[in-house]
Design a protein around this ligand. Structure first.
Ligand code: SF4
Length: 107
């Protein structure tokens, strides 16, 4: 992978969506109604855990989360790299990154 943006084409979530075996809503369980979902939260998390670009996804999630949190004082949301927003924040805090957000995200 030579360019940073190239990793997205290896994303397991994108491949399942392309095959009609998942929808992007599966990774954003906070939004929309359940009729637009195929996977449960735990199934979506399991897809992430086997994803070949999980490390890159977590790095991007951190950038997005820190920017979102600095504006809103809330955790980021959605499942990225197999973690919910609250779970990612626990990782950042354990690494000494980011302030504690005031409000956790639902998922
Ligand atoms: S780690 Fe999960 S959310 Fe991230 S690209 Fe892979 S499957 Fe998608």
């Amino acid at each position: 992978m030579s360019k940073p943006e190239d990793w997205t084409k290896y994303a397991a979530c994108a491949q399942l969506v392309e095959l009609g075996q998942a929808t992007y809503n599966d990774w954003y369980p906070r939004y929309g109604d359940d009729s637009h979902r195929i996977l449960t939260i735990n199934q979506a998390k399991r897809v992430c855990k086997g994803c070949p670009v999980r490390k890159e996804c977590l790095e991007l999630a951190m950038k997005v989360d820190l920017e979102y949190s600095s504006r809103t004082k809330r955790y980021g949301y959605g499942i990225w790299a197999g973690y919910t927003g609250s779970e990612r924040w626990a990782i950042y805090n354990a690494k000494g990154i980011g302030e504690k957000a005031k409000e956790p995200s639902p998922v």
